[in-house]
Design a protein around this ligand. Structure first.
Ligand code: HMG
Ligand code: MG
Length: 307
C-alpha cells in the first residue's frame, strides 16, 4: 500500500482562481467576507487576489481593496498573483502589515498558453519574473511559481513531462522557492499527473511541490490521491469548486476544497479544516453568485443536515 503524508496543507484559491472568471462583478466586500469565512474554517493559506492588468481580468481590478480589507488572522498565509514588477509594486503599495506573505509568479509549460495568458513567450516570462522574485525575496516575501498546463494545454494538446521539467528548472534558476504543478484545464489522469510531478522533482523537493488540479473531467480527486501517494502534501483547491481561467476556454473550476477535505479526513490525514464551517463558506459565496456549490460533499452533507 502507498504511504501517505500524515498532514496536508490546503491553499484555498477560491477568492482568486475561483472568482477571476466570473462575468458578474463580485463586490470586494463579498470577496473579503469569503476570505474571513475561509480562515475561520481553518484554512491556513489563502490566495486572495491577483495584481494583473484590469484590462485582462476585470474581476480582479479591486485587488488592493480586497487585500487591504482583510482582517488578518495570525498563522494564516495570504498570497497574491504578481505577473510583473508593476503587479508587485501595486501589491506592496501599503504599510508592511498589509503586504501579502507570498507572491506568485505564473508561467506555463506550453508556449501557446504563455502567449494567451500573459502575452509573452516562456523565456520572456522568466525574464519578467526574475526581478519580481528578487525584489520580493529581498523584502522577505515568500515566492511561489505556478506552472500552468503541466499535462495538457487548450491550444497545444498533451504536454510532455520534459516541458514541465524545463519550466521547473527555469523557475528554480530565478529563485522561486516552491511550485504548483497545475492541470489548468482538468484533463489530467493519475499517471500523467505523476509524470509531471516527477519531472518537477528534478528541481524541487517534494515538500516544495503543490498539486493544483482543475476538475473539468472529474479526475481531480484521483489526481490528488496519486500526488499524495508520491508524498505531495500541499494542495490548492477552491471552496465550492469555484472557478476557471479566462484564457482556458471551457475549463471549469478547481477541485472543491470540501471534497478534498472529506477525502483527507477519510484517510486520517490532518488538515486543520472544519468541514462544516467550510461548507457554510461555500454556501455563502455560492448564494452571492446565485448558484449551487460544485461540491458533491457539500451537497451530500447539506441533504443529511436537512434530515
Ligand atoms: P501586456 O498587455 O503584455 O502588458 O500584458 P504591458 O506591460 O504591455 O501593459 C499593458 C497595459 O497593462 C498597460 O496599461 C500597463 O500599465 C498595464 P496601459 O498603458 O495600456 O493603460 N499593466 C498592468 N496593470 C495592472 N497591473 C499589472 C499590469 N501590468 C501591466 N500588473 C500582463 C501582460 C501580464 C499584464 C497581462 O497579460 C495580464 O495581466 N495577464 C494576466 C492573465 C491572468 O490573470 N490569468 C489568470 C491567472 S493565471 C491562472 O489562472 C492559472 C493558475 O491558476 C494555474 C493553473 O490553473 O494553470 C495560476
Ligand atoms: Mg488554476
Amino acid at each position: 500500500m502507498a504511504s501517505y503524508p500524515s498532514r496536508v496543507k490546503i491553499i484555498d484559491v477560491g477568492p482568486r482562481d475561483g472568482l477571476q472568471n466570473e462575468k458578474q462583478p463580485v463586490p470586494a466586500a463579498v470577496k473579503v467576507e469569503l476570505v474571513h469565512r475561509l480562515q475561520a474554517a481553518g484554512l491556513q493559506e489563502i490566495e486572495v487576489t491577483s495584481f494583473v492588468s484590469p484590462k485582462w481580468v476585470p474581476q480582479m481590478a479591486d485587488n488592493a481593496e480586497v487585500l487591504h480589507g482583510i482582517r488578518r488572522q495570525p498563522g494564516v498565509r495570504y498570497s497574491v498573483l504578481t505577473p510583473n514588477m508593476k503587479g508587485l509594486e501595486a501589491a506592496l503599495a501599503a504599510p508592511r502589515a498589509e503586504w501579502p506573505d507570498e507572491i506568485v509568479v505564473f508561467g506555463a509549460a506550453s508556449e501557446a498558453f504563455s502567449q494567451k495568458n500573459i502575452n509573452c513567450s516562456i523565456a520572456e516570462s522568466i525574464e519578467r519574473f526574475a526581478p519580481v522574485v528578487e525584489a520580493a525575496r529581498a523584502q522577505g516575501i515568500a515566492v511561489r511559481g505556478a506552472m500552468s498546463c503541466t499535462v495538457g494545454c487548450p491550444y497545444e494538446g498533451e504536454i510532455a513531462p520534459e516541458k514541465v521539467g524545463y519550466l521547473a528548472g527555469l523557475m528554480k534558476g530565478i529563485g522561486v522557492e516552491r511550485v504548483d504543478v497545475a492541470d489548468t484545464i482538468g484533463v489530467g489522469t493519475p499517471i500523467k499527473v505523476q509524470r509531471a510531478i516527477e519531472a518537477t522533482q528534478a528541481h524541487f523537493g517534494i515538500d516544495q511541490i503543490s498539486g493544483h488540479f482543475h476538475d473539468t473531467y472529474g479526475q481531480a480527486l484521483s489526481n490528488t490521491l496519486a500526488a499524495l501517494g508520491m508524498g505531495v502534501w500541499n494542495f490548492q483547491s477552491s471552496v465550492a469548486g469555484l472557478g476557471g481561467c479566462p484564457y482556458a476556454k471551457g475549463a471549469t473550476g478547481n477541485v472543491a476544497t470540501e471534497d478534498v477535505v472529506y477525502l483527507l479526513q477519510g484517510m486520517g490525514i490532518a488538515t486543520g479544516v472544519d468541514l462544516d464551517a467550510l461548507i457554510d463558506a461555500g454556501m455563502y459565496i455560492s448564494e452571492a453568485l446565485g448558484r449551487e456549490p460544485h461540491s458533491r460533499v457539500s451537497k451530500a452533507i447539506r441533504v443529511k443536515r436537512a434530515g
